[in-house]
Design a protein around this ligand. Sequence first.
Ligand code: GLN
Length: 474
Amino acid sequence: MAVWEPIDTIAAKVQSGELKAVDLVEKSLGLIAGNESFKAIVATTADRARERAKAIDAKIAAGENAGRLAGVPFIAKDNFLVFGADTTAASNILKGFAAPYQSTVIEKLEAEDAICVAKANLDAFAHGSSTENSDFFTTKNPHDETRVPGGSSGGSAASVALNLAPFALGSDTGGSIRLPASFTGTVGYKPTYGLVSRSGVVAMGSSLDSIGPLASSVEDAALIVDVTAGKDELDSTTIDQDDQGYVVSASSLAGKKIGVIKEYMGDGMQPGVRGCVEAAIEQIKQAGAEVQELSLPSLPLALAVYYIICPAEVSSNLSRYDGQRYGFSYADAKNLDESYTKTREIGFGKEAKRRIMMGTYVLSSGYYDAYYKKAQTVRTKIINDFAKAFESVDFLVGPTAPMTAFKIGENANDPLQMYLTDIMTVAVNMAGVPAISIPCGTAEGLPVGLQLIAPQRADRELLSVARAAEELLT
Ligand code: GLN
């Protein structure tokens, strides 16, 4: 039997008294303790989780109704503000920072009686594709301990792959939910930009950041989107939920128009990945979808443009960490200036510093036009390419990444090589469209992810077609 039943089944059993929230929390904490060697978890929120579980069980025993996620344990990436443990974003500069309030997403999940049990490891500030940029430790891939789980939500993905909890939360600025989902054989959903509130999540690139779930099935992921989506007065970029919500059944693939992204099927893909992805597309075709190859000509520029726009936003967002307000502060400073510089010098890791420098450079007056402004122009082209593609197809499909999980250390000293892992995920963030990575087989024993992409606000349709594809491929 699976370690965890589907999330709605667990919640129904807690509501009926067949399962106790306290037991579910203990089960999850036990699994976390038993799998410490994978280093997926930064800290548990055990005390608070146990208290909340007791309160939920008591409420049910008293005959009251509990929420739709009654007693369901989950794990949050450590860039979500959560009570019960520090929020560090896996960065030394935030060590010791206790959240003064919780992320909107956490509040929404708690309102439905889900229980956060732990915080997951990530690349510090979500900068990276492997968790090797975490200032604390590297998470190991559950399928092969010598390999990375992907990043930056690598701890969240490994947690789901290890079944530490039924679902985990991640953030996706350039692929950080989808890439680790692909590397760990889990489902990762990046919603339309603005569908899920960013309030209370440590900001990376504010025009790119999306919040979403990692789960074992599309059904579970869809339920979490349903609970967390919608307008939030604490995030002015949020949009309304779809009237019908996101709990969907599998749609028929027959007659669905699906475009295979030409630029993602070219050279540079590992043969094993190509094999899985092509076989999956063939199955989708056999199921009656109208599949055609489609070109989005500006996609080859997406990675270069992302690594201008994203660091520009990063450099601005990280300016707030100056030792005066959050976490670590250099104690021996002789004046305020030294406090700022020493705190940042000691507190930020290499990658954060690299992005601050790149971002500051492309925004500086002499280079703004040559880099930042030009990048924004290309971003518009990318947005237009997606819009044009969606005039002729309902969905786009391709690999999530050109490779399977790489070895720990393999790309760690080569930032450019590391950035290349994002080549098939970043364009989606720049266009603000929703995308999902679902497992589509293995290459030499390592999971491969299939990426499905939809127009903005077509999250409901995307989840529904992803359920159909998932049924077909597993
Ligand atoms: N790997 C990408 C980067 O390092 C994406 C990160 C993310 O989505 N948070 O920028």
